[in-house]
Design a protein around this ligand. Structure first.
Ligand code: FES
Length: 177
């Protein structure tokens, strides 16, 4: 014989319904209020399947885009990028970050180098190679342009990912791929 469940067991009294609706409203309000705090304590994931990483400072702390974008256009900010490679990010005239970063690793023998704002060049101190603002060789012995990485900004986080497309400076496949 089939047992039937009395419909009454599913019914909700007016008080229960009121309690349910109040609870739902409180939960929604609390979620909305706590979301920013939760985002602060649980920052975006550190890495993704496409190899993207968050830009960090020398101490391994995330660098928000807003921290770099307060600097004037033309600023080159050095951050830790893919595999910890020091990488220059550029502030553009429109107050955004340039979509590519330049890896601070001379293509001659791998020295790191400073940006010289007076001469508008990256200048390697080891053997005198010089690169233009976009990393093209201006003077050897460096044989190749500087390696690029992709830079994207999402909700103030700076993501750095491998540059696998055509090198926009040469129109050819990147030498590092
Ligand atoms: S390592 Fe830069 S010029 Fe030699």
């Amino acid at each position: 014989m089939e047992e039937s469940i009395p419909l009454k067991s599913f019914s909700m009294s007016r008080r229960q319904l009121l309690n349910f609706l109040t609870g739902a409203a409180v939960a929604a309000t609390a979620t909305a209020a706590l979301y920013p705090a939760a985002k602060f304590f649980f920052p975006p994931a550190e890495g993704t399947e496409d190899g993207s990483l968050l830009a960090k400072d020398i101490h391994g702390n995330r660098i928000p885009a807003s921290q770099i974008l307060v600097e004037p256009p033309g600023t080159r900010a050095l951050v830790a990028g893919l595999a910890g490679e020091p990488t220059y990010l550029t502030v553009r005239e429109d107050g955004t970050l340039h979509p590519w970063g330049i890896v601070d690793n001379c293509t001659h023998l791998g020295c790191t180098f400073p940006w010289n704002p007076n001469e508008n060049q990256f200048q390697c101190p080891c053997h005198g190679s010089r690169y233009d603002p976009e990393g093209r060789v201006v003077r050897g012995p460096a044989p190749l342009p500087l390696k690029l990485v992709r830079v994207t900004v999402a909700e103030d986080a700076i993501w750095i990912s491998p540059w696998k497309e055509t090198d926009p400076r040469t129109g050819q496949k990147p030498w590092w791929v």
